[in-house]
Design a protein around this ligand. Structure first.
Ligand SMILES: [Fe+2]
Length: 168
């Protein structure tokens, strides 16, 4: 009896160990990360589309254009990872997007630039934190790999937005 129990415990241990090592699965925390990435990137893209048209300084417009190119690439890679896991890519923006978009779109000239950059800094600070946390605590190898290769682009956006905001 004891022997059987011991054997069962060993078997159970193996199952648990195998479960922990199976990082191809997507858990709740992974899904939360995916949703947050979607909300964050979709917000940045929408605001940057506005900035390519309504931006005042040419440097700000250039930044918005570069950001759109970079995010198109990141999005494509993100969607490939999700497709392999049969997950539909998130299409929504951040919860407060409507309010933010209204504020930004009603600003003109230098005020527009300042407000746009303010949101880019805030958004990218959150994104960098989100990615760093996922790289530390996240479970899924494919998502982690994508996060790792994408993080330098986000850090670069953050630094560039800060620099542009300081130049006003
Ligand atoms: Fe970005």
């Amino acid at each position: 009896m004891l022997k059987t129990m011991a054997a069962s415990l060993v078997a159970l241990g193996l199952v648990v160990a195998q479960g922990a090592a199976d990082d191809s699965k997507v858990n709740e925390a992974d899904r939360e990360f995916i949703e947050k990435v979607g909300a964050c990137c979709n917000t940045e893209v929408k605001l940057s589309e506005m900035a390519t048209k309504s931006g005042s300084r040419s440097e700000v417009k250039d930044f918005a254009k570069n950001l759109l190119d970079d995010h198109a690439k990141l999005k494509k890679e993100f969607e490939t990872v999700l497709k392999n896991k049969s997950i539909t890519p998130p299409t929504t923006e951040a919860k407060n997007f409507k309010e933010v978009a209204e504020r930004v779109s009603s600003a003109k000239g230098a005020d527009f630039d300042a407000l746009y950059l303010e949101h880019m800094i805030k958004n990218h600070e959150e994104a960098v934190k989100l990615f760093e946390t996922y790289l530390k605590d996240g479970n899924n190898t494919d998502l982690k790999q994508w996060a790792k290769t994408s993080l330098p682009t986000l850090t670069q956006h953050l630094e560039r937005a800060k620099k542009l905001a300081a130049q006003k």
